[in-house]
Design a protein around this ligand. Structure first.
Ligand SMILES: [Zn+2]
Length: 350
């Protein structure tokens, strides 16, 4: 049985690592540029996408310059958050965690509260219009001052239970250790709130070790270089610490040399809690469906593997245990029903 695009779209899915600015639709960017009276570049789609000859994470991050510059008003942030959830719902993502760095959207007068509230409003509206649940993750930047990350951490505690589900740390990994931001992590964990850290993407397993053991991360963004430290890998596996894998992005940022060199199949085989995510729908020019199809094509994943990745995604969500159990029960039944309806044999294998 061939697993095609239609099959993947029909299955309920998550996206736990999805940046707001990296998902700005080209058509929306065009509207914003026109509103501002700016010239619309001829190749706007290409301009928003990472260059294929992109060399590293730092160059990848340059692709966010235009979206950040355009997203400086409450109305735009609300619209873009809504559209991101709308795009996710269109490919049957049932639970979406959107992340963004609020401080980058305060450059033309918006306060942190206005920025956060605008994005929450957009996501809430999408939840009303579509069959999707969402959570918002506030991202601090490795290269900014630790004091700023602590201010953001306080915002996470203020908006906790009002749509914000975690604090994240992103940005250039090399030369900007996560432990510089310990105070912020403490603020969040001290209030029993979730923490995820981008690590092991542009730097070795020491960065993942630091994120987990010094900073107390509950999930790791990427973690592709975890395979270089077997003991740490076993710890991550034993403690069921989820890894948010983003295949296209990992190749584009040169976190791995090629898809074939990606550790995902090995991680899945070892039982690590790995899920598939977009990272950036526009910048990486991908969708969750594309990421599944890529995994099937490159690693010859079976429907059983697909099911495992989907379930891992729901298990890794920053949701309460009760809510997660409820969603997992629904999703498990739905997957069985979908597989049965499509005459897919995976049900017998479970
Ligand atoms: Zn990311």
């Amino acid at each position: 049985m061939k697993i095609n695009r239609e099959t993947i779209i029909s299955l309920p899915k998550t996206d736990l690592h999805c940046h707001l600015d990296g998902g700005l639709r080209a058509s929306t960017a065009r509207d914003f540029l026109r509103e501002d009276g700016e010239a619309v570049p001829g190749q706007l789609e290409e301009k928003l996408r990472v260059a294929s000859d992109n060399a590293d994470l730092e160059q990848y991050l340059e692709s966010f310059e235009l979206p950040c510059r355009l997203l400086q008003t409450a109305g735009r942030l609300e619209r873009v958050a809504y559209e991101l959830a709308e795009d996710a719902a269109a490919e049957n993502i049932r639970y979406l965690e959107v992340r963004f760095a609020p401080l980058l959207h305060c450059e033309q007068g918006l306060t942190l509260d206005q920025v956060i509230e605008s994005v929450l409003t957009g996501l809430e509206q999408a939840e009303q219009d579509y069959n999707i649940d969402t959570g918002l993750i506030l991202t601090g930047l490795r290269q900014s001052s630790p004091e700023k990350t602590t201010v953001l951490a306080e915002k996470v505690t203020e908006y906790w239970n009002r749509g914000v589900v975690a604090l994240d740390l992103a940005g250039a990994e090399r030369g900007h250790p996560a432990k510089d931001h310990l105070e912020a992590f403490y603020v969040v964990r001290n209030r029993n709130i979730n923490l995820t850290v981008h690590a092991g993407e542009d730097f070795g397993p020491e960065s993942i070790h630091q994120a987990i053991h010094y900073c107390g991360a509950h999930r790791i963004g990427h973690g592709v270089r975890l395979r270089e430290d077997e003991e740490l890998l076993n710890y991550v596996n034993d403690h069921r610490i989820p890894l948010e894998i983003c295949l296209s992005s990992n190749v584009q940022t040169r976190a791995v040399e090629s898809y074939e060199a990606h550790p995902l199949p090995d991680y899945l085989k070892k039982g690590l809690r790995v899920s598939l995510n977009t990272d950036n729908r526009t910048v990486s020019d991908t969708t969750v469906t594309d990421e599944y199809l890529l995994a099937i094509e490159k690693f010859n994943f079976s429907l059983r593997d697909v099911r495992r990745l989907i379930i891992n995604g729901f298990k890794s969500a920053f949701l309460s245990y009760d809510k997660k159990s409820e969603i997992l029960e629904e999703v498990t039944l739905e997957l069985e029903e979908q597989f049965f309806r499509r005459d897919l044999t995976v049900v017998d294998e479970l």
